[in-house]
Write a protein that binds this ligand. Sequence first.
Ligand SMILES: Cc1cc2nc3c(=O)[nH]c(=O)nc-3n(C[C@H](O)[C@H](O)[C@H](O)COP(=O)(O)O)c2cc1C
Length: 222
Amino acid sequence: MDIIEGILHRKSIRGFKPDPVPQELIRKVLEVGTRSPSAENGQPWEITVITGEILEKIKRRNIEKLDARDPFDPDVSMHIYAGIYKQRHMVLAAELYGLMGITREDRERRAAWVRRGFRFYDAPVAIVLSADRSLDEAPAQFDIGCLTQTICLAALGFGLGTCIAGQGVLYPEVVREFARVPESKRLVISIAMGYPDPAFPANRLMSKREPIDSVTTWLGFD
Ligand SMILES: Cc1cc2nc3c(=O)[nH]c(=O)nc-3n(C[C@H](O)[C@H](O)[C@H](O)COP(=O)(O)O)c2cc1C
């Protein structure tokens, strides 16, 4: 797949086939993905790939905590947007709920949708990216951001779908317990991964972007 085509085709996948993903295929995704750049080639990332019963336990425990309204306690600061940024989120949510046929009043199905996020959208694989606590948080997160997108693009190239999932690490102690990630590592982000379910309505979403001229300043071209 051509680079431009890959970038244009990548989108968040929130409905997966239950089929397991072979470990060797995930290894290829990560071999390509870790070609991602990082400042001074420091590669400030640790990768945990979780599937099977361990992932099921994490999903179950996440839901228990969510249902018990346990406060989130992420290892890294998570975005809480306001203003125009919040508005863009509202547009996204409306588009997703629209495709899923979930109305504004249907609180039960809205809650069920949020639960799906905490179950890594029922993906058969979750990738958790973490960084050593000895590293400055922001630079490590920047590099892990690059890695995240590169993994998602590599996965697409191997026929897999992904959804970057902040929700998956909002209860870091759950992942830490079941996936045995040591306390010395900050859980930065997770990625849900698997074979996309083409019949899942939300997978049809091609999310909007601002027009280039509203986010770009052009200088010295005239
Ligand atoms: C740091 C980060 C965290 C995200 N966390 C979530 C999440 O918890 N749940 C979710 O459904 N999507 C999550 N996403 C996916 C975004 O909603 C998605 O990338 C955005 O809406 C653009 O859509 P696209 O990926 O289909 O292009 C996250 C993306 C990023 C970059």
